[in-house]
Design a binder for this molecule. Structure first.
Ligand SMILES: CC(C)(COP(=O)(O)OP(=O)(O)OC[C@H]1O[C@@H](n2cnc3c(N)ncnc32)[C@H](O)[C@@H]1OP(=O)(O)O)[C@@H](O)C(=O)NCCC(=O)NCCS
Length: 130
């Protein structure tokens, strides 16, 4: 399963050098993966781990960035995604997030088994699922 979200780089997204702040990009990727996690599990999910991030190029005011999220695999309570960020305006690859893991949580913010709700969504690596 794949999804794409686009974000416009505006003034509040810039760092002191006038280019896109890396923390803002991380927020957009977290948000894009979090939306997928919520759709797949049908409930609230919390970011548990973000790992192996590469930043290849920067973005500037007015650029349009596309965050492509792939649903890689899941466990009992967790779901893991990757995200590739590209600059639609400049045609550059901007960043890659190899591993973004969310955990489905119940109303007490405890991990919950999401596998009933998520069973109709197909991950890229079903053999890695438990
Ligand atoms: C999310 C949270 C409720 C999970 O509770 P927890 O007690 O840490 O959860 P557990 O250790 O039981 O692990 C839950 C799942 O996460 C997985 N997990 C734990 N650490 C992990 C890591 N470093 N990388 C990937 N997966 C991990 C476990 O394997 C388990 O998955 P599974 O059930 O699919 O096998 C808790 O860690 C938390 O509240 N973290 C802060 C969340 C947050 O504020 N995020 C930022 C803002 S949204």
């Amino acid at each position: 399963m794949k999804s794409k979200n686009r974000y416009l780089v505006t003034q509040p997204d810039l760092n002191a050098h006038g280019t896109l702040h890396g923390g803002i990009l991380m927020k957009w990727v977290d948000e894009a993966c979090g939306m997928e996690a919520r759709i797949i599990t049908g409930g609230v999910c919390a970011t548990r781990h973000i790992g192996d991030i590469s930043f290849w190029s920067t973005a500037r005011l007015g650029d349009i960035l596309e965050v492509e999220v792939k649903y890689l695999y899941h466990g009992k309570t967790s779901l893991t995604f990757s995200a590739d960020v590209s600059n639609v305006t400049q045609g550059d690859a901007v960043a890659a997030f190899e591993k973004v893991t969310f955990v489905a949580v119940d109303k007490n913010h405890k991990p919950r088994d999401h596998r009933n709700e998520s069973s109709s969504f197909k991950p890229v690596y079903p053999d890695r699922c438990s």
